[in-house]
Unconditional design. Structure first.
Length: 290
């Protein structure tokens, strides 16, 4: 499970774009007292891991390794090779550990391939996808979470501003990552999974499938039985946010018992992102990605 559901939708509206003004060269965006930037040192990464523990373990009942449970941190080997996007509330008094309220984990293709591959490859067969696009650079989004009190539209927008600026800064052409439904029974999400299967499946050059030994059927309802409005209402908000950006969904779900989730693979070519979102976040992000 790499991408956790927040509890607000990403719904930028015309003439209501946030005032995103960087305070320094490594800040990707700011709204009020909140800013988004990359972690600057090991201390900040440790604080992000503590936020992840609070959301994934204390709130969602994930079962981590004994060492991770002992130190109360969601930590794995990928943390050492990823960049860690943060949302920081500068209005909170105290140390940086107290100010980090949200996080995303970002992994560029060149870094992944030099260090054993992508996290998502443990659930989905992404090698053919990468092979079909040798001219493109992919980035993986993972471990997304926000503390309960900060699950608001502006926090989600800051995370996406950070992702967008980071992708353009590093010349990325596509994003992908696991997105999660709560619980380990795909049948409980039959309506939403079937809607994704019938309407936004990744096809042709963008097709990707769950690993055969982990594959769980998404086509749980006939297309004529699907009410689109109800299906969207039943969907985790972060997945709906991806769909609004133009994302596609891989074939097959994967049950992640350790994280107590049912995962699908999001595939989002940069070129597919809707024009109104590009206008919202900035077509080149130079003011954030310099």
């Amino acid at each position: 499970m790499a991408l956790e559901f927040l509890n607000r939708e990403l719904t930028p509206e015309a003439n209501q774009a946030p005032a995103l003004t960087p305070a320094s060269s490594d800040v990707f965006g700011r709204i009020g007292t909140l800013e988004t930037r990359l972690a600057r040192n090991a201390r900040e990464i440790d604080a992000a891991q503590a936020v992840r523990y609070r959301v994934f373990v204390e709130e969602m009942h994930a079962k981590l390794s004994p060492d991770a449970m002992r130190i109360r941190r969601d930590v794995d080997s990928y943390d050492a090779i990823c960049d860690h996007l943060l949302v920081v509330d500068n209005a909170i008094e105290g140390d940086i550990e107290d100010q980090i309220v949200g996080t995303y984990r970002l992994l560029r293709q060149e870094v992944a391939l030099a260090n054993g591959g992508f996290y998502s490859a443990s659930e989905f067969d992404i090698a053919p996808l990468l092979a079909r696009h040798p001219e493109k650079q992919f980035m993986e989004l993972g471990r997304s979470c926000v503390l309960p009190d900060y699950r608001t539209k502006r926090t989600v927008e800051l995370l996406w501003q950070g992702n967008w600026a980071y992708a353009l800064k590093h010349g990325m052409n596509a994003m992908f990552g696991c997105a999660s439904f709560p619980g380990i029974s795909p049948e409980e999400h039959a309506l939403a999974l079937s809607f994704l299967y019938h309407t936004v499946s990744a096809k042709d050059d963008w097709a990707v499938s769950a690993l055969p030994e982990l594959y769980r059927q998404m086509d749980l309802m006939p297309v004529e039985a699907i009410n689109a409005r109800k299906a969207l209402s039943a969907m985790p908000p972060l997945i709906k946010g991806y769909l609004r950006l133009g994302a596609m969904i891989g074939d097959g779900a994967v049950v992640d018992e350790a994280f107590n989730t049912t995962d699908v693979l999001i595939v989002l070519p940069i070129a597919a992102i809707s024009g109104r979102y590009i206008n919202h976040f900035g077509a080149d992000a130079r003011r954030f990605a310099s």
